[in-house]
Design a protein around this ligand. Structure first.
Ligand code: ZN
Length: 447
């Protein structure tokens, strides 16, 4: 472990203060064009970096500002390294929290607030590393580029996608490191941290369930769209999709070090879920999401008046695909789930992204592994699939090899850690911030 003296450096205090400022800026992204206000966080980062590195800002729409900082390399042919962060956060409901979600309070060695782990923590650590690298006159071989993008939490229209489409040369690097990895997978002395190599695909759909309008006072024999929609939701929820054992799942099972019998059970389609359920922690939820196309109804709306039988009800569905799965497979699973209700339901595709994946073994993997072990001896990096999606996928589509990683301690259990993403009481310990800042700085120096 890093000596305590290294953890108490003024630099750590600066990282903590920067994270607090980013949290307090409340860059909440609801998905609307007028939301986010990432200009506030971009400006805080610009001020923090000052003249230590070259910075540039990009406004995709009013208030939707991203910041890019670059340390020019000495060899144009050398591979470039990107540190990819985002500056927006998802909403938080005060009532569910023990602390003010936008207070950025430092309590018992942890910073609390929305974004503390997704991913303002990494944004602050990456910025702190860039500032130190710049201030000490470090000259890498390949360019080091820090991208603090807006709009990751919605569709990246005002962030990563905009930057890659309009300013590709300013932001694209050969290798990209970002969020989605570095999760503590086990508690204890030999930490296992996730090394995220792939993102699941996304399919957002709107189902429309049709009925016939009528007076609610005479419901006998009515064709009530809401009643049918309730059954549609129930069927989507109980529908069983067949598991798929992918390479990245095999890598995860091998990396977690289960005993042989458990590992064999987790790699067999017939037993993966039953064996996963017998394991402690989050294994069942991870195993399910990593081996299944998931179909989750999340929103419903319909009806026009309390005394009118609704003619149409809409159900929004969040589906996530595994590597190789197509739109056709999503549609046919939904049709199977609906059964004889199928003709009464139409499907509209709202948003769709296929899965993206980077090769496991690359020079950056070896360097990250060595640097991490020098900071936290004995750490294992476990290949993982991100069950949601991150900005990594847009960079992969433009040819980058992109991975999710950072260093997170076991200050909370793996289960509690996973529950903080988009959940209440999000917080990060100062030790993780210190370790990750050191990681980014040493990685840039070693790459
Ligand atoms: Zn995030």
């Amino acid at each position: 472990m890093l000596a305590e003296v290294e953890l108490s450096q003024p630099r750590v205090a600066e990282t903590v203060e920067l994270l607090q400022a980013l949290i307090r800026n409340r860059c909440v992204n609801t998905g609307e064009r007028s939301a986010g206000h990432e200009v506030r966080n971009a400006d805080v980062l610009a001020q923090f970096l000052g003249s230590t590195v070259d910075t540039q800002v990009y406004d995709a729409a009013p208030g939707r500002r991203s910041l890019v900082a670059r340390i020019e390399g000495s060899d144009p042919a050398a591979p470039s390294l990107g540190l990819l962060a985002h500056t927006d956060v998802v909403p938080a409901d005060d009532q569910d929290w023990l602390r003010d979600p936008f207070g950025g309070e430092l309590v018992d060695g942890a910073v609390w607030g929305r974004g503390a782990i997704d991913m303002l923590n990494m944004t602050a650590c990456m910025a702190a590393a860039m500032r130190t690298l710049g201030a000490t006159g470090f000259r890498p071989r390949g360019d080091i580029v820090f991208v603090a993008a807006a709009d990751e939490e919605a569709r990246a229209e005002f962030g990563a996608r905009y930057l890659l489409e309009r300013h590709r040369d300013d932001v694209l690097t050969d290798y990209v490191l970002t969020e989605g990895g570095g999760w503590p997978l086990t508690a204890g002395p030999r930490p296992k941290l996730s090394w995220a190599t792939a993102d699941k695909g996304t399919a957002w759909l709107r189902l429309r369930v049709r009925g016939r309008a009528g007076h609610a006072a005479m419901p006998y024999g009515a064709d009530n769209a809401l009643v049918k929609a309730a059954e549609v939701v129930r069927r989507l929820h109980t529908h069983r999709v067949s598991p798929v054992i992918s390479d990245v799942w095999r890598g995860w099972v091998a990396g977690m070090g289960f005993d042989a019998e458990v590992a064999a059970g987790l790699l067999d389609e017939r037993s993966v879920l039953s064996v996963a359920r017998e394991q402690t922690g989050d294994v069942a939820a991870a195993a399910h999401a990593c081996t299944h196309l998931t179909i989750t109804p999340t929103m419903a709306r319909g009806g026009v008046a309390i005394n009118a039988i609704p003619e149409c009800v809409e159900i929004d569905v969040d589906a996530r695909t595994l590597p190789g799965q197509t739109r056709g497979e999503v549609a046919s699973e939904i049709r199977n789930a609906l059964g004889e209700l199928d003709p009464e339901v139409t499907i509209e595709w709202l948003h769709e992204l296929s899965t993206t994946q980077s090769p496991l073994s690359t020079p950056v993997f070896d360097t990250v592994k060595d640097v991490t072990r020098a900071i936290v001896p004995g750490t294992e990096l476990v290949p993982s699939l991100i069950t949601a999606s991150t900005d990594a996928e847009y960079f992969r589509r433009h040819g980058a090899k992109a991975y999710g990683f950072s260093i997170t301690t076991d200050y909370v259990s793996p289960t509690e850690f996973a529950a903080m993403f988009h959940g209440p009481n999000e917080r990060i310990d100062v030790r993780s911030l210190a370790l990750s800042t050191t990681l980014w700085e040493r990685l840039a120096r070693s790459f």
